[in-house]
Design a protein around this ligand. Structure first.
Ligand code: SAM
Ligand code: GLN
Length: 290
């Protein structure tokens, strides 16, 4: 009886009340509960978000109400907004994302920024992005450096399909894709710069509980989170020009361990830069020579 009563109440609800109820349900799951509720309701009603503010007294029809509360429940259970809307902003691009791709993070823009500095404005160089996911890093570089040729790889065919779709959407002709295990699909090629945001989370990291909707294969890298960084540090030099740079994103507490791995594999001029939150986030190394 109580349940029926609730359904009946939800079925005849206006926009303002739906937003209030939705915001309430998202308090613990989201840092932006009101905004999320607005985005979910706008999609459920198929209207722009601004419509909600202009028509707070409009009644939801039962189907729209059901859509709104279903999706709100998914969000309340921890699903990222990016999977709900199917898109995420990165480097001023709207990228398609699916549960096969990591949701691009704002801190990864630091890696893009430093790669662009190293490339210079008029560069005609070849760039490799290892583990491209939605294509975020590779697409940003390809767009900002139209004279460069970018190759983006991933071991996941499903992720590459999303990255290819994003490249088409952005109408980028200077990017190609290859599927395989780290440098294996490009072993016969040569690059001037290599970038990667590989998986780097420890298998036992309690933070993984909050990332359960994203592919574990995009996040987890063995006991110490360094398995993939070790493999890239060991192999990337073989497809990089002498004097070329390798840029790696990593965890905020991995700076020293990453520097040690890089040194072990003969990388030089190792440096680490901090993200906007002040955390060590991207390590840069150079291949000898050049
Ligand atoms: N570059 C994207 C970004 O910054 O949003 C995605 C980064 S995500 C942390 C790591 C990516 O590496 C995932 O897309 C995953 O599929 C890919 N990956 C994992 N293991 C790999 C491997 N052995 N070879 C190539 N790519 C791999
Ligand atoms: N920055 C991501 C997180 O901690 C991890 C991404 C990665 O493993 N490369 O949520």
């Amino acid at each position: 009886m109580v349940l029926e009563g609730q359904v009946a109440l939800n079925e005849f609800i206006d926009i303002a009340s739906a937003l209030n109820q939705g915001t309430e349900k998202l308090q613990t799951a989201s840092e932006t509960p009101r905004l999320d509720a607005e985005l979910i309701l706008a999609r459920a009603l198929d209207v722009p978000r601004s419509y909600l503010f202009a028509h707070p007294e409009d009644m939801l029809d039962p189907a729209a109400s059901a859509r709104f509360f279903d999706v709100t429940a998914r969000r309340a259970a921890g699903e990222p907004m990016a999977y709900i809307t199917g898109e995420k902003e990165f480097w001023s691009m709207t990228l398609m994302v699916t549960p096969d791709t990591l949701v691009p993070r704002p801190e990864t823009e630091l890696l893009v920024e430093r790669a662009l500095m190293l490339l210079g404005r008029r560069a005609t160089l070849r760039v490799l992005d290892l583990g491209t996911g939605s294509g975020a890093i590779a697409l940003a570089i390809a767009r900002e450096r139209p004279l460069c040729e970018v190759v983006a790889t991933d071991v996941s065919d499903a992720a590459l399909a999303v990255a290819r779709q994003n490249a088409r959407q952005l109408d980028l002709g200077n990017i190609t894709f290859a599927c395989g295990d780290w440098i294996e699909p490009v072993a016969d090629q040569r690059f001037d710069l290599i970038v990667s945001n590989p998986p780097y989370v420890r298998a036992s990291d309690p933070a993984l509980a909050g990332l359960a909707h994203e592919p574990a294969s995009a996040l987890v890298a063995g006991e110490d989170g360094l398995d993939d960084i070790r493999r890239i540090a060991a192999s990337a030099g073989s497809v990089l020009a002498e004097g070329g740079h390798l840029l790696l994103e990593h965890g905020s507490d991995q700076q020293d361990a990453v520097a040690e791995v890089l040194r072990e594999h003969q990388w030089v001029d190792i440096e680490c830069i901090r993200d906007l939150a002040g955390q060590p986030r991207v390590s840069i190394a150079r291949k000898r020579g050049g």
